[in-house]
Design a protein around this ligand. Sequence first.
Ligand code: HMG
Length: 389
Amino acid sequence: MNVGIDKIGFFTPNYYVDMVDLARARNEDPNKYLIGIGQTNQAVIPPTQDSVTMAANAALQIIDDDNRSKISLIILGTESGVDNSKSGAIYLQNLLSLNKQARAFEIKQACYGATAGIQMAKDFVNLHPDQQALVVGSDVARYGINTPGEVTQGGGAVAMTIAADPQIMSISKNSSVYSDDIMDFWRPINQTNALVDGHYSNDIYQKFFNITIHDYLKENKLQLDDLKAIVFHLPYTKMGLKGLREILPELSDAKQADLLQEFEASRVYNKQVGNLYTGSLYLSLLSLLDNAIDLKVNDKVGIFSYGSGAQGEFYTGTLKSDFKNNLRKQHVESLLKQRKQLNVSQYEELFLRWPKIDAGDFVLDVTNDNAEVVFSGVSGSKRQYKIQR
Ligand code: HMG
């Protein structure tokens, strides 16, 4: 039986900052950000969005009543969770009017959380083919103003339903995993901005990619040539290119050109959003599906997931009959196009308005947020979510 991704929905808030403006404000050559980092725009997350609202807004793109009757597993992968105890998945269940006879919980392992959720959901659906799972990766990526990581911020969510006989992509039975205790990126419990050893994190990412892809190919008796495309966790899009360049010397010139062409398709959306941590890999997959011009049913796609700290996993997906969907593509393009551009001081002002961990009770003005689900503040130490239709 085939199990895999049946539907994909994406959400990012309605503000962005242009990387040329940011480079000028930081006295950097714009080409460092545009080419060296590989980003053109960066999502700016207003205080009225968080990992729960973004997850709900992404899932609302794909959930219908048929899904509501079948989803009995709800997993939120996030590293910017909103509560130390209650999972964001329970808020999601309520906001999306999902079945109450369901398991709902949150997974954390840096940017790897959504992949952990997908693998768990795949095993669940294999055992219960009449049921479905909702897996969402949702995060706000913050490093701080004028830090080296600033150019790699962003945020958003990707929601996926995992089902038997999926419309988009079946997921391989096997995968290759590798983990180790590494301090490349972390966020202490009292902080809203991440700490990072940037160049070290790049090296570990590349190391884990090399280990897991080669192990996967060997164990599954496959060649690199069997992969039509490889999608990467994209903390910034040049990182995926650095990963890809690790294996290109093993390939013919023609295959190198093919994989590079597919890679360009896989970073179209990510270039405009920046890092969304747990969702980044799956936004890249969506970007590939929507923007590649020569993919075919049954093509095999390599998928590399990386979460600092650190966990790597490589698996493959096989494209199914409805992997292309023009309505989905139009929706993503209009979501990105309708965003409001902020100048650098407006971005900094919004960035600094992000609620502090010990802010207590407060009310947020949601009138400028056009998303369906918004965060309107904290009352009696309880987070307040609103659906605006
Ligand atoms: P930096 O030190 O400011 O940048 O930080 P750099 O000096 O290394 O330059 C970056 C690239 O731009 C280099 O290319 C330069 O040559 C190039 P590379 O050697 O990498 O190929 N460059 C130019 N190119 C064209 N024209 C120019 C020019 N000038 C320079 N004029 C760094 C960069 C990424 C380290 C920093 O932004 C950072 O720390 N970011 C956050 C960490 C990160 O994203 N790490 C990625 C791997 S870890 C991961 O993916 C997990 C993560 O998502 C978290 C999680 O799992 O939860 C982060």
